[in-house]
Write a protein that binds this ligand. Structure first.
Ligand SMILES: C[S@@+](CC[C@H](N)C(=O)[O-])C[C@H]1O[C@@H](n2cnc3c(N)ncnc32)[C@H](O)[C@@H]1O
Length: 413
């Protein structure tokens, strides 16, 4: 804690500012925001130690490295503070801003397990926040981040085990339980505090959001709760369970940035909406299963995890290529943010022997291999293809009518 506090002194901020501006050690320091490599760090450290206490230099170099790494999560990372574990566990800003938007204006939100403040900072832009964490350093870092980003006036920090805090002053709760204990990752599905404790919060405060790993099964959440799967691009980031007072649907897939949302009906039975603000499109007609057509759609992992592939098919007028496989197909180009559309060049029963010749004939030099429903060693296959052409293609290993099937596709531009 003392070492962190030193960073907040005038010498500490001066040193961090010098590192951020690339002026820490003169030429060759990597420029603003760049991570300093081990050799550079050594040279730089030696130079800075002549001007600042050694401990401060070590701490500042470590903090600078964390700031540079945090650039992928936070737009103002170079002004913020982190611990390594706190950064790893922090919600990316784009996700935190989205989840914060689920709370109503004026709500006082208790952010339980606030860590270094990824969620708290987004909440505090719109709400008064009671931020609780049992780790004094995380809480101190969260406070420093709130002050640096100008939302400190909206934040009250509380150093406590979340089990021991009263929630009388809160209108709503967001809880992001730890999925690691110290350096050790907890088993999949385990968290501290556990999910069961988090779910019980809804008995004390009606509006509750619980952040969880994206692998959380639907059955883990009681009826009446919404389970939202959030992806940034095609990267499935997290699941959030929303208590009945905040839920508007059964399951939801949200794509960020952009906020495209695909939902099941409130009863979770099948109709879908492209956007929560637009009317329902679908009806509960069964999704046809047919052989692949001219276009293939690989749904976003958030859609697949949310169990909304059939809803997406209905919305797009597409069909499934196999009852159990999450690829959709159509004979016209598929325009949707909810999946990656590919133009099918070849569609045939899986035949690995013919592939190298076919790829050579098509001048394909690199393939993105997607395997779904078909076993096989992708790296081994890639080696055997011996590619040498100039074009990029996608090779899909899958099943059609429960038979091993191969599709050769190009990006649908
Ligand atoms: C996943 S991190 C929170 C990340 C945070 N939402 C963010 O975006 O930066 C979990 C946090 O829970 C805290 N924690 C774990 N068990 C706790 C408990 N029983 N009471 C209070 N805090 C706890 C850890 O110290 C850690 O900072």
């Amino acid at each position: 804690m003392e070492r962190f506090e030193a960073l907040l002194t005038s010498a500490g901020s001066e040193l961090l500012d010098r590192l951020a501006s690339g002026a820490g050690g003169g030429a060759g320091t990597g420029g603003a925001g760049a991570a300093v490599g081990p050799r550079q760090a050594l040279r730089l450290g030696t130079r800075l130690r002549a001007e600042y206490p050694t401990d401060l230099v070590v701490e500042a170099l470590g903090q600078h490295e964390l700031r540079a790494a945090a650039g992928s999560k936070f737009s103002r990372a170079m002004e913020m503070f982190f611990t390594r574990a706190g950064l790893e566990q922090a919600s990316p800003q784009v996700v935190a801003e989205h989840t914060a938007s689920r709370y109503a204006a004026g709500d006082i939100v208790a952010d339980l397990c606030c860590g270094i403040g990824g969620d708290m900072l987004a909440l505090a832009r719109q709400h008064q926040v009671i931020a609780v964490d049992a780790d004094p350093l995380h809480l101190r870092v969260a406070r420093a981040n709130a002050d640096v980003l100008g939302v400190g006036g909206n934040v009250t920090t509380v150093l406590s085990d979340v089990r021991d805090v009263g929630l009388a002053g809160a209108d709503a709760v967001f809880v992001d339980p730890a999925r690691r204990a110290g350096q050790r990752r907890l088993r999949t599905g385990d968290s501290e505090p556990p999910l069961s404790w988090c779910l019980e919060l809804a008995g004390r405060v009606a509006k509750v959001g619980i952040k969880a790993a994206p692998g959380l099964p639907r059955e883990a959440v009681p009826a009446g709760w919404e389970l939202e799967f959030i992806a940034v691009g095609r990267d499935l980031k997290e699941a959030v369970a929303w208590s009945p007072a905040l839920a508007t649907t059964g399951t939801r897939a949200t794509l960020l940035p952009g906020g495209h949302t695909l939902t099941s009906t409130p009863a979770g039975r099948g109709a879908c909406r492209r956007d929560v603000h637009q009317g329902a499109y679908g009806v509960e007609t069964p999704v046809p299963v047919r052989a692949p057509g001219e276009y293939l759609l690989d749904p976003n992992p958030a859609v697949t995890r949310a169990g909304l592939v059939a809803e997406l098919a209905r919305e797009l007028g597409a069909w499934k290529i196999d009852g159990r496989i999450a690829f959709l197909s159509a004979d016209t180009p598929i325009r949707t943010p909810f999946g990656r559309s590919l133009r099918v060049i070849d569609s045939a029963p899986w035949n690995q022997k013919q592939l190298p010749a076919r790829l050579r004939a098509l001048d394909v030099g690199s393939v993105d291999i997607r395997r779904r429903g078909l076993a096989g060693d992708v790296d081994e296959l890639r080696k055997r293809l011996k590619l040498s052409g100039t074009r990029r293609a996608t090779l899909v290993m899958t099943r059609v009518d429960n038979r091993p099937w191969g599709l050769l596709c190009l990006a649908d531009e």
